[in-house]
Design a protein around this ligand. Structure first.
Ligand code: PLP
Length: 345
């Protein structure tokens, strides 16, 4: 213990660590550096790993921080949204901004930036990184009370955080290819009346417990049922089943996902019957096909649910057709908003 503390408080270690971001950021390069090394360092954009907006300033992602006393951290008192950028454009940006606005209103969060300013911040975060494909988050945090020790949410200065980082798949691409293995968690989803799942939030204890159960059993990810035995959602995605050619996604315990909306629209275009309806656990276990859907990954086929192997242990045909259509429509410019160049962002 003492040894660990000594290492953590070694000032030379702090200095060493303190230098790293500056060097990566291409700043403070020292004249003692060899010439070629200095050139390399200067070539690296400070925003290459991501750009963030915190307390009114744009900073490299590694420098983005909030105070430890922010209620967004101490109480998960925050709402957020995530939109992706694919091929240089946002996908369904207005839908994400609409949902973020509804989430903020539901939790009485009111940062200084209005909708147009939030939109501009998102464009600028992406433009700073130069990324063509990105994961872009917007967060409204309760902040800290103006009156020390106050327990009144209304005493806090709410604030906006946003960031753009390289693309993320919540289920890795190789796992999507073979079909994800989905564990049905024993942890029930928190009741809708306690934490409204349509307000995108960071209260993830139940979802994280599900993930830990899944990993303990050698599965890729988890799906949670509510206390009444109805299927809800997983850590970062909505779930769909296909039974006798019909697509069903749960009507409760889950976020109104923007990808879910896209899947339902694609089903309508492709003549596939689809429904938002109660989904008892037994129907998930008896499905012909299962797939997950999220902004950070798109349509992600599942090949195993609990102990059951679906089809031939590979993604099913309806799931694959929807996945193909989802990305083809992206390439065709469906719901695409080009990222504003830096000079206009
Ligand atoms: N459910 C949860 C809990 C999520 O966190 C997410 C996305 O992050 C989703 C569902 C899918 O929503 P969307 O398609 O809008 O990304």
């Amino acid at each position: 213990m003492g040894h660990t503390d000594a290492v953590a408080h070694d000032p030379s270690d702090r200095v060493r660590r303190g230098h790293l971001p500056a060097l990566r950021a291409g700043r403070n390069s020292r004249s003692s550096e060899p010439e070629e090394r200095r050139v390399d360092i200067m070539d690296v954009s400070p925003f290459a790993d991501g750009a963030a907006y915190v307390k009114g300033r744009f900073v490299p992602i590694a420098e983005a921080a909030i105070p430890v006393t922010d209620w967004g951290f101490t109480r998960s008192d925050a709402v957020y949204d995530v939109v992706h950028v694919f091929g240089g454009g946002f996908f369904r940006l207005n839908d994400h901004l609409d949902r973020f606005t509804r989430s903020m209103q539901a939790r009485r969060l009111n940062p200084l930036e209005d909708r147009a300013a939030i939109e501009a911040v998102l464009h600028r975060c992406v433009a700073l990184t130069g990324l063509r494909d990105a994961y872009v988050a917007m967060v409204a945090s309760r902040g800290r009370p103006r009156v020390t020790g106050s327990r009144r949410p209304a005493d806090c200065d709410n604030h906006l955080i946003a960031y753009a980082i390289p693309w993320i798949d919540v289920i890795p691409k190789d796992v999507q290819e073979r079909g994800a293995h989905l564990w049905i968690a024993s942890t029930p989803r928190v009741p809708d009346a306690s934490v409204d799942p349509t307000v995108k939030n960071y209260q993830w204890s139940d979802l994280t417990s599900g993930l830990m159960e899944a990993h303990d059993h050698g599965y890729d990810t988890a799906i949670l049922c509510d206390a009444q035995g109805f299927v809800t959602e997983g850590p970062g995605f909505n779930i769909f089943i296909v039974k006798d050619g019909k697509v069903v996604t749960p009507d409760r315990g889950s976020l109104h996902g923007i990808t879910r909306k896209s899947v339902l629209e694609l089903c309508a275009m492709m003549g596939i019957p689809a429904q938002v309806a109660p989904l008892p656990r037994a129907e998930l276990e008896d499905a012909d096909e299962v797939f997950a859907a999220t902004t950070a990954g798109g349509v992600m086929p599942v090949s195993r649910v609990g102990g059951r192997i679906l089809g031939n242990d590979r993604p099913g045909p309806v799931s694959l057709a929807l996945k193909e259509a989802y990305w083809r429509k992206h390439a065709e410019g469906w719901h695409h908003t080009p990222v504003r160049p830096l000079e206009f962002a």
